[in-house]
Design a protein around this ligand. Structure first.
Ligand SMILES: *[C@@H]1O[C@H](CO)[C@@H](O)[C@H](O)[C@H]1NC(C)=O
Ligand SMILES: *[C@@H]1O[C@H](CO)[C@@H](O)[C@H](O)[C@H]1NC(C)=O
Ligand SMILES: *[C@@H]1O[C@H](CO)[C@@H](O)[C@H](O)[C@H]1NC(C)=O
Ligand SMILES: *[C@@H]1O[C@H](CO)[C@@H](O)[C@H](O)[C@H]1NC(C)=O
Length: 359
């Protein structure tokens, strides 16, 4: 006589089958349902193309190594977030907000805008941009479209909680604000330390607004070594050293306030997980790269961008800098790998993006 299945086993089999089919799905699709991107030119993938600004790059040699050619990415090929989206398992690029109409926005949207900052006035010396505050308003518009499409508020909330929200902003609050005294008062009104405090306070409010709009998984980047860019060295001079000290000091003051903020937000906002990412990755990875010159001929935009239709260097994969401020595709790939996988708390803390996705 066959032993009868106990009630426990009757339950266990369908659960196991369901888990198996879930894990098969997870292998096929992305690790999170959506990836929302906020930031500046390091993340922008075309939002500035139709704005009256010098901070746009929908011309060659930008995009020379990108399948669709120049798209508005500030790079020869893919930017860091293109690689991260790929590592997260997305098959398509995340669409730019500016041309998201008709695109699949359920996988996320990229709101980033070249020259934008935490402060609204930042970057306006170059023309019109979409500051972080406005990017957050655009996100609210996208949420209402998604809510309408899904026709189920609790399912929409559940979806938004699972997405990753990338925030990489602040460099322009220095290079296109604080250190441009001919355009902005901030450098005279605040000490470097006061200014960093002010920026991080405002960023804190902005992150909380995104939290109130349903975001729970945040990947927040510090500011990189802006004093080591060919642009900074040509404008400010480096006084014999490799980098412009005052710019890097600004970035360090900012990062030193951002890290404890991330810690506080993790403690104070229920259900949220914030991670801090070092935008420079690991220095040893770049030891073999050319650091002290740009791959393309610069002088476009406000001086820091490639000259339209100029011929770039023949080996961009050996360079850190594509133009005078933005990394090459080769470096972006390394930076993305670090943010996604690094086990070093100096690079990703308390989790990396891969762990954030599973959290
Ligand atoms: C959009 O993406 C979502 C999530 O990946 C998917 O379920 C849906 O089928 C896609 N819609 C279209 C129209 O491609
Ligand atoms: C709405 O979504 C929730 C959560 O996914 C689900 O439990 C519920 O059945 C849905 N309601 C309708 C009417 O589909
Ligand atoms: C340049 O470097 C020297 C030696 O480190 C230092 O004494 C001097 O103050 C620096 N000048 C400027 C303008 O930073
Ligand atoms: C860049 O650095 C390399 C190696 O350190 C050096 O040989 C080269 O002269 C430098 N080029 C410029 C333009 O400073």
């Amino acid at each position: 006589m066959e032993p009868k299945l106990k009630p426990m086993e009757l339950v266990a089999i369908p659960v196991l089958l369901a888990l198996l089919s879930l894990s098969n799905k997870a292998n096929a699709g992305p690790q999170v349902p959506c990836y929302f991107i906020f930031g500046d030119s390091l993340s922008d993938n075309g939002n500035n193309n139709n704005l009256p600004t010098l901070a746009k790059v929908n011309y060659l040699p930008y995009g020379i190594d990108f399948p669709q050619g120049p798209t508005g990415r500030f790079c020869n090929g893919r930017n860091m977030h293109d690689f991260i989206a790929q590592l997260l398992g997305f098959e398509d690029y995340i669409p730019a907000f500016a041309n998201s109409r008709g695109k699949n926005i359920s996988n996320g949207v990229n709101y980033a805008s070249g020259s934008a900052g935490i402060r609204d006035e930042t970057g306006t010396n170059l023309g019109v941009c979409v500051p972080f505050n406005e990017q957050i308003k655009n996100h609210k518009r996208i949420i209402s479209i998604i809510t309408r499409l899904m026709q189920n508020d609790s399912a929409t909330d559940l979806l938004l909680r699972k997405c990753i929200y990338s925030v990489q902003i602040g460099s322009n609050d220095y290079i296109n604000n604080y250190f441009k005294p001919e355009f902005y008062e901030t450098g005279r009104s605040f000490t470097p330390s006061e200014y960093a405090t002010l920026l991080v306070q405002q960023l804190s409010l902005q992150l909380k607004t995104l939290y109130n709009y349903g975001a729970r998984k945040f990947a927040v980047y510090g500011i990189g070594q802006i004093g080591c860019t060919p642009y900074a060295i040509s404008v400010f001079g480096s006084n014999g050293s490799e980098c412009v000290a005052k710019l890097n000091e600004g970035a360090t003051l900012f990062n030193d306030r951002l890290k404890p903020l991330i810690h506080r937000l993790n403690n104070n906002l229920p259900g949220a997980k914030f991670i801090y990412l070092n935008p420079s990755g690991s220095p040893t990875d770049t030891a073999t790269f050319v650091m002290n010159s740009s791959c393309c001929t610069t002088g476009g935009g406000g001086g820091e961008l490639c000259v339209r239709n100029s011929k770039p260097c023949s080996s961009p994969w050996r360079y850190v800098f594509w133009d005078a401020v933005h990394p090459t595709e080769a470096l972006n790939k390394i930076l993305a790998e670090s943010a996604y996988r690094s086990k070093s708390p100096l690079e990703a803390s308390p989790l990396n993006i891969q762990q954030l996705a599973m959290y």
